[in-house]
Design a protein around this ligand. Structure first.
Ligand code: NAD
Ligand code: DAU
Length: 354
């Protein structure tokens, strides 16, 4: 059995759904169910005995230790985190608490359990930490893409907290021998993405006839990967990754934010034209830039490709079309996620009525 943390969030939910679609090994899903955790993303597993959702905090050592022992967990995949850069700028405290202190407590619970295992399960045990390309900092236009040997130079409270957690994971391997693996992935997109992030925000705002807020000049570059390709990379690293190593995950899809927004608009023009016949791009507006905004991320994923034979299945064109279609097909999921708390966030961040 495996323990997935943060499995009610965007990537975690996709991971759990794909995992159980591909094999029968049960999943214990530990999630605090913050604003970003959504049980509706896991609705198809409601009657599935292979999935158990436990509401709780990765920092709760008694709870985590009990789950590990009771279910004889053979691997932990740690998705649990505060994940939104803009929220980390408004309020970094939760990011320090979950991403750093929470990861520390999780590592200690796991270490205690792992040290008590007998030889065979001890050797087979794995702790996979899901991290981000943002820990490497920002690239200039012509810099080569981040490799695993880049220094960590995080610039936001979010990325600094993730970099700290990466350091803790590394240290627990070197000092205590804990069998860890770390993945550093680029920007994900796809189904169940919370509409505070660029792509889902643009889709839901466009459909609601609202403005599409682009920060600054909109020429910041991100490297986009369809979420299911990230999940397949994590499965592959879990299966065959070398202990103590980090693996970059990315799809070689660098795009400027404005290009992303225009692509979303064009797809919506095709799939759900505006009633007035005008293009969705008329809704694009420039807003104040994010403080400390990283200019460019780009991931070199050749280590993962070379060592473990991983390759993404989706191109950006196929993935973004599927994503836009998913939001059109799931208006209830979107409506339910836009709760009072969501509206308060939109009001705070964009100074609009949401
Ligand atoms: P998300 O914000 O959608 O989901 C995070 C989940 O963690 C939520 O379900 C939340 O309830 C849960 N959680 C938060 N604090 C917790 C705690 N203390 N204990 C237990 N559960 C807690 O995030 P996401 O986009 O799915 O990202 C998942 C992981 O992948 C994060 O670690 C993030 O840093 C990393 N990552 C994200 C991306 C991306 O583009 N979204 C890219 C690379 C890496
Ligand atoms: O690179 C991986 C990271 O990608 C993950 O570690 C983070 O958890 C994830 O949130 C994401 O971070 P970003 O800051 O890159 O994603 P976000 O969707 O918030 O923003 C993407 C780009 O779009 C960024 O340059 C900011 C810009 N943006 C974002 C929003 C929400 C806008 O221009 N307008 C917006 O309203």
């Amino acid at each position: 059995m495996i323990l997935v943390t943060g499995g009610a969030g965007f990537i975690g939910a996709n991971f759990v759904l794909d995992w159980l679609a591909l094999n029968d090994e049960p999943v214990i899903n530990l999630d605090k169910l913050t604003y970003a955790g959504n049980t509706e993303s896991l609705q198809s597993l409601e009657q599935d005995a292979r999935h158990t959702l436990v509401q709780g905090d990765i920092g709760d050592r008694a709870l985590v230790s009990a789950l590990l022992a009771r279910h004889q967990i053979r691997a932990v995949v740690n998705f649990a985190a505060e994940s939104h850069v803009d929220r980390s700028i408004h309020g970094p405290g939760e990011f320090i608490q979950t991403n750093i202190v929470g990861t520390f407590n999780l590592l200690e619970s796991v270490r205690g359990y792992w040290q008590g295992l007998s030889q065979a399960p001890k050797e087979a045990f794995r702790f996979l930490h899901v991290s981000t390309d943002e820990v490497y900092g920002s690239l200039a236009k012509d810099d080569p893409a981040f490799t695993e040997s880049n220094h960590l130079e995080p610039n936001s409270p979010y990325s600094a907290s993730k970099a700290a957690s990466d350091h803790l994971v590394r240290a627990w391997h070197h000092t205590y021998g804990l069998p860890v693996l770390t993945t550093n992935c680029s920007n994900n997109y796809g189904p169940y993405h919370f509409p505070e992030k660029l792509i889902p925000l643009m889709i839901v705002n466009a459909l609601a006839g609202k403005l599409l807020p682009v920060y600054g000049d909109g020429l910041q570059i991100r490297d986009w990967l369809y979420v299911k390709d990230h999940c397949s990379a994590i499965r592959r690293v879990l299966e065959a990754g070398r202990l103590g190593e980090t693996y970059n995950v990315g799809g070689w899809n660098e795009k400027a934010n404005l290009e992303i927004v225009h692509t979303v608009c064009h797809l919506l023009d095709e799939l759900r034209p505006r009633a007035d016949g005008k293009p969705y791009q008329d809704q694009i507006t420039s807003v104040t830039d994010r403080p400390g905004h990283d200019r460019r991320y780009a991931i070199d994923a050749r280590k993962l490709e070379r060592e473990l034979g991983w390759k993404p299945l989706e191109t950006f064109e196929s993935g973004i079309r599927k994503t836009v279609q998913w939001y059109l097909d799931n208006p209830d999921w979107v409506a339910h996620v836009q709760s009072g708390a969501y509206r308060q966030w939109v009001q705070k961040q964009y100074h609009s009525g949401g």
